[in-house]
Ligand binder design. Structure first.
Ligand code: NDP
Length: 434
């Protein structure tokens, strides 16, 4: 039934999902009789549009914009916007598909969506970023709203971009605080949203470790990426007693034998927006590996936290993780592990935490931002952080218990897919043919 064979990322996400939900469907045949799976394979709506903008030299530039409004059974569409030259319809659909189940796992009232553009923010001036965001919002504003679709950030979209998008939406439609999340703190943003995905990932793993009478204390960790998710995963892992030795960007990796200096990394990435090798200017003892991801390095460590992008761990690198002695792989990024790589991890009894469960902290706090905006009351950092930790504990336990119930085994992929699917499928069934 699936068309578009060229949409490889989307087909990969669907294949991973379909490979795990059968035990649930066998026990609940009404979902098969009513064709709920088939309905789930087609998004409710895909919007594709043109984004014209002018660069600093006065040249006309054109990019492509997308919003995939995939499933609204549980609430308004919710999911980030990605600015990266690789963005295409397949990547948008895979991200939106995963988002449905991730949002369902949070137990919060949010449907699944995703959007973005093939615009490359690297090397662009602040003025160019602003004009691009304004042009994008001129079109996107027709389709979003606090009760319809609430975008947030993703790769290449942080507080600066959300600010420009929000400003343009406000100019066209008036003040609707809840139309975007990940807003700056000075106007309706939530405390702990910036930290949420990275912290949530580490909370997820800490609940898993606790089940094994273990903790982050003394663990050796590598993290890929050095963006929003990576930085706050490093921060929380270090706070819980682990040493994070390495991270990367698309130009290469660094390993610091004394552990990553997080204040410096934040300065390089959040303030100066520089390449990662500038880390060595202040830490000459660190090593830089040009054009290599952290997963390519020979280094003994316990926990791998992929926080960069999809398919960053193909099968050869999964084998490398095994020889490096990794015991847990927990995904901060969306679908960073290929299906074949996943098989290698499984065959070697490496505990694997799928992104749709382990990185749900970001969207969960986005939903808490929507709640604060609706209440017109900001919550304290401690309150949001506590809620986040509770949500991640609940997601971990739900995945663990669901996999025990349906596959009689500890399989967090099956647990996440089945538990995420069950809530959405029940809502779809009760809403009828819509
Ligand atoms: P950022 O843009 O803040 O950071 C992305 C990081 O990954 C950058 O360091 C980037 O390096 C690096 N990267 C990207 N592509 C590659 C590559 N091919 N090889 C090596 N490094 C690469 O994005 P986020 O941190 O927000 O997102 C990271 C991942 O987490 C994505 O998969 C996203 O979908 C997922 N995610 C994000 C959430 C959020 O709240 N932000 C929520 C849930 C999931 P460079 O700058 O050189 O490109």
């Amino acid at each position: 039934k699936l068309k578009y064979p060229e949409q490889t990322e989307f087909l990969q996400a669907v294949e991973e999902f379909l490979g795990t939900v059968e035990p649930f469907l066998v026990k609940n045949p009404e979902f098969v009789e009513k064709n709920i799976l088939e309905m789930l394979l087609i998004p409710e709506r895909i919007i594709e549009f043109r984004i014209p903008w002018m660069n600093d030299q006065g040249q006309w530039k054109i990019n492509r914009g997308y919003r995939v409004q995939y499933n609204s059974a549980l609430g308004p569409y919710k999911g980030g916007m990605r600015f990266h030259p690789t963005v295409n319809q397949s990547i948008m659909k895979f991200l939106a598909f995963e988002q449905i189940f991730k949002n369902s796992l949070t137990s919060l009232p949010i449907g699944g969506g995703k959007g973005g553009s093939d615009f490359d923010p690297k090397g662009k001036s602040d003025g160019e970023i602003m004009r691009f965001c304004q042009s994008l919002m001129q079109e996107l504003q027709k389709y979003i709203g606090p009760n319809e679709d609430v975008p947030a950030g993703d790769i290449g979209v942080g507080g600066r971009e959300i600010g420009y998008l929000f400003g343009e939406y406000k100019r066209l439609n008036g003040y609707h605080a809840g139309v975007l999340t990940g807003k700056p703190l000075s106007y309706w943003g939530s405390l702990a949203r910036t930290e949420a995905t990275g912290y949530g990932l580490v909370y997820f793993v800490s609940h898993l470790l606790k089940d094994q009478n273990d903790s982050f204390e003394g663990k050796k960790v590598l993290v890929s990426g050095s963006g929003n998710v990576a930085i706050y995963a490093i921060e929380k892992a270090q706070e819980l007693g682990a040493t994070v030795y390495g991270c990367c960007d698309s130009s290469g990796s660094i390993i610091d034998p004394e552990g990553i200096d997080l204040a410096l990394l934040k300065e390089i990435k959040e303030v100066k927006r520089e390449r990662i090798n500038t880390y060595l200017e202040s830490h000459p003892n660190a090593e830089f590996y040009p054009n290599q991801s952290v997963w390519e390095l020979d280094f003994k460590y316990d926990i791998a936290l992929p926080c960069a992008t999809q398919n960053e761990i193909p099968v050869e690198l999964a084998k490398k993780l095994v020889t490096n002695g990794v015991q847990i792989v927990a995904e901060g990024a969306n679908m960073p592990t290929t299906l074949e790589a996943l098989e290698v991890l499984k065959a070697n009894n490496i505990v694997y935490c799928p992104g749709k469960a382990a990185n749900a902290g970001g969207v969960a706090v986005s939903a808490l931002e929507m709640a604060q905006n609706a209440q017109r009351l900001p919550w304290t950092f401690e309150k949001v952080d506590q809620e986040l930790n509770l949500i991640m504990k609940n997601i971990y336990e739900t995945c663990r218990d669901t996999s025990n119930e349906y596959v009689g085994d500890f399989d967090l992929v099956a647990g996440a897919n089945i538990a995420g699917f069950e809530r959405v499928a029940k809502a779809m069934l009760s809403q009828g043919l819509v």
